[in-house]
Design a protein around this ligand. Structure first.
Ligand code: HEC
Length: 189
């Protein structure tokens, strides 16, 4: 047929091609196809990208492989939790304050804090002065350790007793409470 002849005249023939260039048999709508090896440089890039992705997945992105990032995070969270526990005192637990009052380490730490921050108004023997006596039986703001803690933490600003919470923090105030408890025989569990 004449149309086919016309088409065929445009087709490339194997024998016209340089050595090593292979032409595949089929023709689709006048389109022919070479059967060539991909260029070496192109294959190099392909395989090195594949290799890199595997190495990356196994070694660098360890979330998916050995889970060490996850473990690290877990360990960090535990460290934070432990630290928070060590620094946090249940300031509503009266028993805990009495326990601290029986522990020399807390009492002497509390004494240090008292002698630095409180002695000017409450006296060396806690006998009072500008501030109230802390070794008598009279407690205006409550005599439970947790109440004493609250008085110190939040103060009585209008009466000249400042709030100490932001300056001393929970632990040091709790130590001061322990120190006061150890000095005041009227305060018992
Ligand atoms: C500038 C002086 C001043 C300093 C410093 C001071 N206080 Fe006071 N404190 C007072 C005064 C004044 C009052 C009495 C408040 C009132 O009239 O209610 C008081 C009251 C108290 C009370 C309440 C006593 C009660 O009867 O309920 C406690 C407990 C106390 N202070 C502990 C401390 C501790 C512990 C410190 C140190 C961290 C301290 N204060 C530092 C002036 C001071």
């Amino acid at each position: 047929m004449s149309t086919d002849d016309h088409k065929d005249s445009h087709l490339v023939k194997q024998e016209d091609l340089p050595e090593g260039v292979i032409l595949r048999d089929h023709v689709v709508d006048g389109i022919q196809e070479y059967d060539q090896r991909l260029p070496f440089w192109w294959l190099c890039i392909l395989f090195s990208v594949i290799a890199f992705s595997i190495v990356y997945w196994l070694v660098l992105d360890d979330r998916s492989f050995n889970g060490s990032a996850h473990q690290e995070l877990e360990a960090q969270l535990q460290a934070v939790a432990a630290k928070r526990l060590a620094n946090s005192i249940d300031v509503t637990n009266d028993d805990l304050f009495f326990e601290m009052a029986g522990t020399a380490q807390f009492v002497s730490a509390g004494e240090n804090t008292f002698m630095t921050n409180c002695v000017a108004c409450h006296g060396k023997e806690l006998q009072g002065g500008i501030g109230f006596n802390l070794v008598d039986e009279e407690w205006v703001h409550g005599s439970n350790p947790s109440e004493i803690y609250n008085t110190i933490a939040h103060g009585v600003p209008e009466k000249g007793m400042q709030a100490w919470e932001s300056q001393l923090g929970q632990k040091r105030i709790a130590e001061v409470v322990a120190f006061v408890l150890s000095k005041n025989p009227g305060l018992k569990p």
